[in-house]
Ligand binder design. Sequence first.
Ligand code: SF4
Ligand code: SF4
Length: 305
Amino acid sequence: MKLPLVFDIKTFAVHDGPGIRTTFFLKGCPLHCKWCQNPESISPAQYLAYNPLLCLRCGACRSVCSKLGEDFMLNQADCTLCGRCVEVCLPAARKFAGRELSPEEVLAQAISDKPFFDSSGGGVTFSGGECALYPDYLKACLSLLKGAGIHTCIDTCGAVPREHFEEILPFVDLFLYDLKKLDPELHREYTGRDNQQILENLRFLCARGKEIIIRVPLIPGYTDSEEDIRAIARFVKEELNGAVRRVELLPYNKLAESKYANNTAYRDGGLRYPLGSLTAQTNEYVASLSRIFEPYGIPSFSEVL
Ligand code: SF4
Ligand code: SF4
């Protein structure tokens, strides 16, 4: 089994499912959302990250790599990913985005965090990128975790073949399922693909009786109009028979913008945030969107309330 790359492990996570969780973020994503919060996750390949905000300008990296310029960066074609600069960078301003992690290593991390899961009703979440791109790997990890009595959660955009979900279904306690936009053409414009497969997979999981929380990223001007949210409420009520635990609204924040700027050691490989500066919603507006679900009898939740 080829192992996917894990680009981050977040312990003590409290927004990735119930209780305190350990979240594993896998690289590779079938969508290219304009507002992506994890740009380092889009490509499944490894690359060298560099964060100038952590850099001490000590020059240790340049002393081991002649390819690095005055700005401590280089052209991507010149980097062999040898890792020497990472080894000498004490504040970890340089690091590889992505490393292989075996299912046994995932289990070992989870076991060490299990006391926190047990005291809070938490567990392990797989996110990304899109973790469901790797059903064999997920199945191996999830079956080990379930064998150890650990709650499991999958955070997915749903844009994978149904067989991927069929393979992991018995080992997943909860799905966090992203719904971004119901209009298929605008969904394609904003994410690179229409939403047909995403909606069909969601219907499938609901029909199989899986526990599901729908999550809606509220991107100003893209996904956060009253009509957007009303369309989702109607879809959940009419096509899913209300068979979801709740709908969560995720207000916009600006964290991703700085991630784009501090993303890479490659002068020619930098990602630029494509949306420009957006203004976050007010608490009052998010609360008004949340209330749209009430007449449909669908529980809703938003962090700012
Ligand atoms: S990237 Fe690391 S090793 Fe290089 S100058 Fe900055 S702190 Fe020093
Ligand atoms: S990983 Fe790339 S930048 Fe770092 S020492 Fe090796 S070749 Fe140079």
